[in-house]
Design a protein around this ligand. Structure first.
Ligand code: TRP
Length: 334
């Protein structure tokens, strides 16, 4: 990636904690290629963050590799952005320690995600879960980004990152750029096929269509999708018809057709025709991504090349910031 331009810098981390599904793809992921054109982008797999919850080591390794392949297949061109793995760049852990000493126990205790996660993992409330936002602040501040695109659930973490950066800058001068959260184009908000009142999520696999799912399984899930009990059985968006509205939204996202066109296309046809049509549209949308992912996964040397080059580029920038920080806090250079 060239750095000799005036593009703003954007950085985002992705937790390799689950399989990607069409909610991720038809939502934010589809817009990433546009972001790459507009910004200098850093994307990394936040594997250090992921071990705050117990992971199966073999699965974690496999998932990180699969995700890299999937992101590339979805259009994250590694020639145009820096794509790397967090644990490959030691500066993340190193800066996190320094920032731990500039983050306050009280403010970390107030993080909503910490409270939620400790409630959910009562048998494993580890210190990493507590200092998670500090590592995230380190991830961000190392690259001096202008923007950090995050979803609603991570806004508080970007806020604390800004607080930590300001606190540090207050003592040592302008060391860190204080980033802005960036409300990325979210695209469609895809709901569960089996419980359309809640967001599509891997924890409800029957209502969730995974990116790598087989066509016959995709078709089955769509044919079984919960619609509504109203008698008109008409393909029309309405607040009291969350299941059908969701299917219309998925069909629109997959085909690029407008809601109005879809409603007239299926006018008078009922759900029996509509549901498989949505399934087929999704199968066709996913087909090239699945094929490209498989092709990439069969080419381990290429993937290794991508994440090694990514780590090198990231490390170059990250280590510069870390050196500056070490100097400012008074560490004697080696
Ligand atoms: N915590 C983020 C999430 O769960 C992932 C993440 C880690 C991240 N480090 C980051 C996001 C830095 C943006 C910037 O979604």
């Amino acid at each position: 990636m060239e750095n000799n331009n005036n593009k703003k810098v954007m950085l985002s981390g992705i937790q390799p904690s689950g399989e990607l599904h069409i909610g991720n793809y038809l939502g934010p992921l589809r817009h990433w290629p546009e972001m790459i054109d507009e910004f200098d982008c850093y994307f990394f797999l936040a594997d250090l963050h992921t071990i705050t919850v117990r992971q199966d080591p073999a699965q974690l390794r496999k998932r990180v590799l699969t995700l890299i392949a999937q992101y590339i297949a979805c259009g994250l061109d590694p020639e145009k952005c820096v794509l790397f793995i967090q644990s490959h760049v030691p500066a993340h852990s190193q800066l996190a320690w320094v920032l731990d000493c500039y983050a306050m126990f009280g403010e970390l205790s107030r993080m909503t995600q910490f409270k939620d996660k400790s409630a959910k993992n009562a048998d494993n409330i580890n210190a990493g879960l507590f200092t998670y936002p500090v590592l995230m602040a380190a991830d961000i501040l190392l690259y001096q980004p202008d923007f950090v695109p995050v979803g609603e659930d991570q806004k508080q973490h970007v806020e604390i990152c800004r607080d930590i950066a300001n606190r540090f800058n207050g003592v040592y001068g302008d060391v860190f750029k204080v980033p802005e959260p960036y409300i990325a184009k979210v695209g469609a908000r895809i709901m569960s096929l089996s419980a359309p009142e809640s967001k599509m999520s891997k924890s409800q696999p029957e209502g969730c269509v995974f990116l790598m799912e087989k066509p016959e399984d995709i078709m089955r899930k769509f044919k079984r999708a919960v619609t509504d009990s109203d008698t008109e059985r008409c393909v029309r968006r309405a607040p009291e018809k969350p299941g059908v509205s969701n299917l219309i939204q998925i069909y629109a996202a997959a085909t690029g057709k407008s809601y109005e066109d879809i409603e007239s296309e299926f006018d008078g046809m009922g759900y029996g025709k509509f549901k498989p049509a949505v399934g087929e549209a999704v199968v066709e949308t996913l087909r090239p991504i699945q094929e490209e992912t498989e092709r990439l996964l069969a080419d381990k040397a290429y993937l290794e090349g991508v994440y090694r080059a990514g780590a090198e580029q990231a490390e170059y920038i990250a280590s510069k910031t870390l050196r500056k920080v070490y100097k400012k806090v008074g560490f004697l250079p080696r």
